[in-house]
Ligand binder design. Structure first.
Ligand SMILES: [Cu+2]
Length: 189
């Protein structure tokens, strides 16, 4: 019960902050606490990169303390385990998707596993392909928003699928290898 009250208080404080921020110049670079999502739904079309045949489609929805990502990634080999992250720039124009920059990391944290201790805001668990080479995505990314323009807003950034598994340890990339699919997070509504 206490926890729920604290969460409600935090949400109220965040909404008040967001209301104040809307009249101020862009808070993106300086906001220290998570603001609220202003969008209801986003989407990503993952297109092949680095000469791969990997592609996919994702839907993003604000949920609880973050954003939930669902969808499918295809063109993998059965049983493949692949790094999957939000990267800082929504630019997939380079053939190797290097234009998407590094992992989205507004809190200046070390790379890690999303469910365990310090990690980049854009870190997420590896995708695992089924027997047909399709990975079903069902990922919750805590501490980020969809829309709103604060430092932790992931709208307009990129989602990347890698050629190898993220070891959740190697800095700053998880040693996940080449970028084999890339797509920009766009707001639908
Ligand atoms: Cu990545």
């Amino acid at each position: 019960m206490n926890r729920q009250i604290r969460i409600a208080t935090a949400a109220l404080a965040a909404s008040l902050l967001a209301a104040c921020a809307s009249t101020a110049p862009s808070p993106r670079a300086t906001s220290a606490s998570p603001a609220m999502s202003t969008a209801k739904e986003g989407a990503v079309n993952l297109s092949a990169a680095s000469g791969s045949l990997v592609s996919g489609a994702l839907v993003l929805r604000p949920m609880g303390d973050g954003v939930h990502i669902t969808g499918e990634v295809g063109g993998l080999k059965p049983g493949d385990v692949r790094g999957f992250h939000i990267h800082e720039r929504g630019d997939c124009s380079a053939a190797d998707a290097s234009t998407a920059g590094g992992h989205f990391n507004p809190g200046a944290q070390p790379h890690g596993r999303a469910s365990q201790g310090a990690h980049h805001a854009g870190d997420s668990d590896n995708l695992v392909a089924d027997g047909k080479g399709v990975a079903r995505v069902d990922a919750h990314v805590r501490g980020v928003t969809l829309g709103g323009g604060a430092a932790n807003d992931i709208a307009g950034r990129a989602i990347i699928v890698h050629a190898a598994a993220d070891d959740y340890t190697t800095q700053p990339t998880g040693n996940a290898g080449a970028r084999v699919a890339c797509g920009v997070i766009r707001i639908l509504r």
